[in-house]
Design a protein around this ligand. Structure first.
Ligand code: ADP
Length: 408
């Protein structure tokens, strides 16, 4: 095993994504925008865990290591993380925590104190699978690093600029007032990051740009961005709404849930589980991974072909809707594993949209993406169509840098 040997003196932000069974982390030197250390602790809550990490040594060489951790809980996971920090002699200057749900309270990255952690815990009612794990990670880090500023960065925050006519559902007002039923939106950190990248690429302030951002990963969402601010997004009260996804249905008729519950004699939990984990691409083709679906489609598999058709058709409908909502647009952004890598999905989603000023250049589109931002539109007669690599951790690090009042 190669021993860690880096001396990491640069001021740095430790970005933590504490999920239900994993702890992902990255250490960024903000001044040079470099990732010094990156790791995945997997198997939290299981009999056996693993810890895979990569780091940059003082000579600029990358190393990696994988260790098994035995029975794993959050405390043991974070202890493993602090051991690696100590091994490579890295001392973070601040910590950023990814938090899935900030409700209506958190419209921006927020310095964490007891009131903030308690609020994140209380918001578990809106994000039962994510906020408890996020909050647990925060509590452990507050105990392990009491002297460091720690900042929560919320997936929902970017969307809080939506007007009420976009975020309210046409249901009784008491559902909103008493139970918080409204559109919140997710993937906000990614949409905001790629919007900023687009502004730099287009050499215009973000506040002057109207954009449609398409985050197409295992989860998928679209955002309509007007003069740099989100005015609508496809995910709603939960991440189940909107585009078709790997295993989530996206938009369906809400009456369908009651009908299938009664007709198929399913419980509410079973319907919920099916819509979240066995629908979307998986429900149609049997497979949730787009690479495998595209391979099966290429070999003539009809279900995979239908899944791709449905997936792109639904993206196209959102593009059309958001053009109508925004009035005029300056660019469409593709990001996430599918948006960044699949020429076919981009092509099919933008097919026959010439009259709306959307025309892909087939040659540019088919080139593998090697830079952070690449243009794939026909230069003469299309609005900019940009493929942008998302980097939520880097975005969190930048927001922590801005929020923690540290001179980097
Ligand atoms: P997550 O939402 O979990 O972060 P990603 O953004 O990494 O996921 O996206 C994962 C999806 O991207 C998977 O469906 C995967 O098959 C797809 N993907 C990755 N590379 C390619 C590729 N070259 N072509 C098509 N799809 C791809």
């Amino acid at each position: 095993m190669t021993q860690p040997n880096a001396t990491v003196n640069a001021p740095s932000v430790l970005v933590i994504n504490s999920g239900s069974s994993t702890i992902k982390y990255q250490l960024f030197a903000l001044a040079s925008d470099t990732v010094l250390l990156k790791g995945l602790i997997d198997g939290v809550g299981h009999e056996q865990g693993s810890h895979h990490y990569q780091w940059l040594d003082g000579l600029g060489q990358r190393h990696e290591n994988e260790v098994t951790l035995g029975q794993l809980d959050f405390d043991r996971g974070f202890t493993a993380l602090t051991k690696v920090l100590s091994d490579i002699q890295a001392t973070p200057t601040a910590i950023g925590h990814r938090v899935v749900h900030g409700g209506e309270q958190f419209s921006q990255a927020t310095l964490i104190d007891e009131t903030v952690v308690t609020a994140i815990e209380q918001l578990a009612i809106l994000a039962p699978l994510h906020n408890p794990a996020n909050a647990q990670g925060i509590r452990i880090c507050l105990a392990l690093f009491p002297a460091l500023p720690q900042v929560a960065v919320f997936d929902t925050a970017f969307h809080l600029t939506m007007p009420d006519y976009a975020y309210r559902y046409p249901v009784p007002e008491s559902w909103y007032q008493d139970y918080g039923v409204r559109r919140y939106g997710f993937h906000g950190t990614s949409h905001y990051y790629v919007a900023q990248q687009a502004a730099t690429y287009l050499d215009k302030p973000l506040s002057e740009l109207n954009l449609i951002s398409l985050h197409l990963g295992n989860g998928a969402s679209a955002a309509a961005i007007q003069q740099g601010q989100c005015i609508d997004t496809s995910m709603g009260f939960t991440p189940l709404e909107g585009l078709m996804m790997g295993t989530r249905s996206g938009d369906i008729d809400p009456a369908l849930t009651l009908y299938i519950e009664q007709s198929a004699n399913m419980t509410t939990d079973e319907v919920n589980e099916t819509l979240n984990h066995h629908s979307g691409l998986k429900g149609i083709s049997g497979e949730s991974d787009m690479r495998k679906i595209l391979q099966a489609k290429a070999s003539g598999d009809k279900k995979s072909n239908l899944a791709v058709q449905m997936y792109c058709y639904r993206i196209k409908k959102y593009i059309g809707a958001y053009i109508a909502v925004l009035g005029s647009i300056d660019a469409i952004l593709f990001t996430g594993g599918i948006g960044e890598n699949s020429a076919l999905i981009r092509q099919q989603s933008c097919d026959k949209m010439d009259t709306l000023g959307i025309k892909i250049d087939t040659k540019l589109n088919s080139k593998p993406v090697s830079v952070d931002v690449s243009a794939i539109h026909s230069a003469s007669d299309s609005l900019p169509l940009l493929v942008i690599k998302t980097d939520e951790e880097r975005q969190i690090a930048h927001q922590v840098g801005a929020e923690s009042n540290i001179v980097w």
